[in-house]
Design a binder for this molecule. Structure first.
Ligand code: PMP
Length: 432
């Protein structure tokens, strides 16, 4: 009853993200009453494994006891305070910890409240840092083909997924795309890096930064590439005075097997963008980390007009910082990265089985992200939607990207739950 009631009330007043609302004439909305661990539950007691970590944010399970406690404690002390001119213990502690945990050389933290706005911060800071250096012509950003960096105008401008971008093209910033490595081989990484170097040779006077998703392009159909590409891009950026912005909004916090994907290449970007897993998937928070060298370019007397006058109301929100500190405690205390290696291995072994299916083109994996790519379907067949529906009827929430089925569960998933998640996907693909 309550399920039905909420669906009707919802559709009369809500407009959902990334949704053709007419689909809901036939595709039921799912009201969630409660959630725990990897399980979501509706008002009739139907349960679903959250195999997409609720849009890639949840890493330690829903209603995690420890994170809950830390947020509750914070709630009675300080919920939020303006971060211009003021500070609080949670944001200081979080910043100290992030500086310690992220690649060496990142020393300053600038907060906002979602991935897209943090991408905007990094782009603006990059341009502004060059300007403060007396270089005014660097007003173009480079990104990789097939990239995704969010939906606000600036973030969309550096993205390259047609589905989201095409409609808004006339509104967007002029950007340049350089090819992403075409596969996970080291040769593909070198070839793509050569292309980027060629672009820099021609246009580095105009290029402020390159922004990329290290190792895995999330919304770009979970495309994966070799860490050598990051090593080479870092060298090229240094050579041509181009900043490197690493957008780890999706891949950060253990998703690729290391705490941060940049560690796989042993590089330090000029700007590191984090969000999603930062608060364990509890509250909106994002951060851009940068070097003291960049920070120093903005540091002078007020009347020199070099300050970074960018702000968001909820910058450094105290509740979100409490969730983030609790999340970092769990990383610190629970040997998460080591345990994830076991989970990744278990998922990887099960992934092999998908190759038995005729309609599977390929499989791939980076750490806690497993992918099954289907073949032989037209986009108009909406094959992903069929897999989604089959899985929903069998207690699993999958959210395929077109013909790409992926698994990105919270790190608290058990082997038994992995079996269920992957068996249901297997059956769904088999039944197509
Ligand atoms: N960058 C990447 C790599 C992302 O995957 C996303 C969101 N999926 C964003 C930026 C944008 O984050 P948000 O949705 O919080 O604005």
């Amino acid at each position: 009853m309550k399920n039905e009631e909420l669906k009707n009330r919802d559709l009369s007043v809500l407009w959902h993200p990334c949704t053709q609302m007419k689909d809901h004439e036939t595709l039921p909305l799912i009201p969630i009453k409660k959630a725990h661990g990897v399980w979501l539950e509706d008002y009739e007691g139907n349960k679903l494994i959250d195999a997409v970590s609720s849009w890639w944010v949840n890493i330690f399970g829903h209603t995690n006891k420890y994170i809950n406690e830390r947020i509750k404690k914070q709630l009675d002390t300080l919920e939020h305070v303006i971060l211009a001119g003021f500070t609080h213990e949670g944001v200081v502690e979080l910043s100290e910890r992030l500086v310690k945990l992220t690649p060496k050389g990142l020393e300053k933290c600038f907060y906002s409240d979602n991935g897209s706005s943090a991408v905007e911060v990094a782009l603006k800071m990059s341009y502004h840092a060059h300007l403060n250096d007396g270089i005014s012509g660097k007003n173009v950003f480079v990104s990789l083909t097939n990239s995704y960096h969010g939906e606000t105008i600036g973030a969309l401008s550096v993205g390259d997924v047609e589905l989201y971008k095409q409609t808004y093209e006339p509104l967007l910033l002029k950007t340049l795309q350089t090819p992403v490595p075409s596969n996970m081989s080291i040769e593909a990484a070198k070839m793509a890096a050569d292309k980027f170097e060629k672009l820099c040779k021609e246009k580095s006077d105009e290029i402020s930064a390159i922004i990329l998703e290290p190792l895995v392009q999330g919304a770009g159909y979970m495309h994966m590439y070799h860490a050598e590409f990051l090593v080479l891009v870092r060298q090229i950026c240094d050579k041509y005075n181009v900043h490197l912005i690493a957008d780890e909004v999706m891949v950060g916090f253990g998703r690729t097997g290391e705490l941060f994907a940049c560690e796989k290449a042993n590089i330090t970007p000029d700007f590191l963008v984090l969000s999603k897993g930062l608060t364990g998937g509890y509250l909106p928070l994002s951060v851009v980390l940068t070097t003291d060298e960049i920070y120093a370019k903005f540091y002078c007397d007020y009347n020199e007009h070099k300050a970074f006058l960018h702000s968001h109301s909820y910058t450094g929100n105290a509740l979100a910082c409490a969730a983030a500190n609790a999340t970092l405690d769990i990383f610190e205390n629970d040997n998460v990265i080591q345990n994830n290696k076991k989970i990744s291995k278990y998922m990887g072994d099960k992934l092999e089985k998908f190759l038995e299916l005729e309609n599977v083109a390929s499989i791939r994996q980076t750490g806690m992200i497993c992918v099954v790519e289907l073949k032989g379907y037209e986009a108009s067949e909406r094959i992903g939607l069929k897999v989604y529906q089959y899985a929903l009827n069998n207690e699993v929430l999958l959210r395929p990207l077109g013909h790409v089925i992926y698994f990105m569960p919270p790190y608290v998933i058990t082997n038994k739950e992995i079996d269920k998640m992957m068996n249901v996907a297997f059956e769904a693909i088999e039944a197509l």
